[in-house]
Design a protein around this ligand. Structure first.
Ligand SMILES: [Zn+2]
Length: 251
């Protein structure tokens, strides 16, 4: 059976001489492994569309155990991402995250669109890189079912508190009164940090170009979200995120 779908290549692993096994986040199929015969050969007509980060139109053949590549046409190769280390590291981080939550047979249109538009914006170098990463992170959490609730106290429902903390396990805010009850692992989050997070969770990518935010606030949100992700995605390290923090410290 042949299936036609758009997809973004997450990985292209060498298999035998010129074959590759692609990991593709496909719009219709979720994450799938695809056997791509000859796709790593320089003469292959499939070479361009099978590169990691490439957004392509795929025709796949569904075999017993896995898909086989029948045809691929690049729609957008995101080639320029490879020319800039910061953008490439951010894109690798996005790949790492998408790879963590996607599974075969479960399509996720909103996540697919977020992924594709974010790669495009990184490539065009529009706006502040850190804000792109934060926006991706927050919307990624939302679209994959891990959205932190940041509107009011998760326990008593109040919308006003002098200080807030984010309860990591429950994924919600706790007001001053409720945090004193010692409810598990929590991290302080400033009101400005909460406002920024709620804003980035809904903002269109086009509107990010003009946004200016104090670096301290970005770092605060970044550190809280990093811990939040580690708990909810059950992942202890994000290689590309650590690398990004390092290059930013060197500025
Ligand atoms: Zn409360």
């Amino acid at each position: 059976m042949l299936v036609k779908t758009e997809g973004i290549v997450l990985k292209n692993m060498k298999y035998k001489e010129n074959d590759g096994i692609l990991t593709v986040f496909a719009r219709k199929l979720g994450k799938v492994s695809v056997m791509a015969r000859g796709a790593r050969s320089s003469k292959s007509k499939h070479l361009a569309g099978a590169q990691p980060l490439c957004y392509s139109d795929f025709v796949l053949y569904k075999g017993k155990s896995m898909y086989t590549l029948n045809h691929v046409d690049p729609i957008h190769n995101h080639y320029k991402l490879r020319e800039d280390l910061d953008s490439l590291s951010a894109a690798s981080f996005f790949i790492e995250l998408v790879d963590t939550v996607t599974i075969e047979g479960q399509s996720n249109n909103r996540l697919f669109n977020l992924f594709e538009e974010s790669l495009g914006a990184l490539e065009r170098k529009e706006g502040e890189l850190s804000l792109h990463i934060l926006r991706f992170l927050l919307q990624f959490l939302k679209f994959s079912g891990y959205e932190p609730y940041l509107k009011s106290c998760n326990q008593c429902g109040t919308g006003s508190s002098f200080r807030w903390v984010l309860n990591m396990e429950e994924g919600g805010l706790l007001c001053e009164d409720c945090q004193s009850e010692g409810r598990g692992l929590a991290k302080p989050l400033s009101k400005k940090g909460i406002r920024l997070a709620n804003f980035l969770m809904v903002i269109d990518i086009e509107d990010l170009k003009e946004l200016k935010v104090h670096p301290k606030l970005i770092m605060e949100l970044e550190s809280v979200l990093k811990q939040y992700m580690m708990i909810h995605l059950d992942k202890t390290n994000f290689k590309s995120l650590d690398f990004l923090s390092k290059i930013r410290r060197d500025y």
